[in-house]
Design a binder for this molecule. Structure first.
Ligand code: SF4
Length: 165
């Protein structure tokens, strides 16, 4: 895998749980049929109908929708893992910035909460994101599964059975 192939969901999983990231990087997929994943998809298909949805860039960046061509939006169902969501969206801005697209802003929308937050890419984010990209490449190359991170999200995680049974 190369740095250019790192997707937004990989950044999200990096901040959620390194073991989840490792499973995903090694193509162990358990999301189909998981009720939280299904809820996310339902929200995605039922929200913001008038906007241009699912813009895929270079096969790695999947923007939920664009409003007015200059505001990208990511839809999340809850704020429970907000840092991961923010870093995913900062990565979208970083990815676009690396390709000289800088006249764009970003929001995370929580339709169930009727809230949204603005996400900005700051100078200090660049080295952080570059370190994360290097780490993700290391996880992709490693045959060693990271230890599980036992947190409240495990109960709802699509990989729960792999970690706990
Ligand atoms: S069940 Fe917990 S430890 Fe296992 S992948 Fe999911 S979040 Fe990580």
């Amino acid at each position: 895998m190369t740095k250019e192939e790192i997707s937004g969901i990989m950044i999200y999983y990096y901040y959620v749980c390194k073991k989840k990231l490792w499973y995903y990087l090694h193509e162990i997929r358990m999301e189909a049929g998981n009720e939280n994943v299904e809820l996310g998809k339902l929200l995605d298909t039922s929200s913001y109908d008038r906007d241009n949805k699912h813009i895929m860039i270079n096969g790695v960046i999947n923007i939920d929708f664009l409003r007015g061509n200059h505001v990208l939006h990511e839809i999340k169902k809850s704020k429970s893992i907000e840092e991961a969501s923010i870093m995913q969206v900062k990565y979208y801005l970083y990815y676009l910035h690396q390709r000289e697209v800088t006249n764009i802003s970003a929001k995370i929308d929580y339709p169930l909460l009727k809230q949204s937050i603005t996400v900005e890419l700051n100078d200090e984010d660049f080295p952080i994101i570059e370190n994360v990209l290097t780490d993700i490449l290391d996880y992709a190359a490693s045959e060693q599964t990271p230890p599980k991170e036992e947190t409240a999200i495990c109960k709802k995680c699509a990989y729960h059975d792999l970690c706990y049974i």
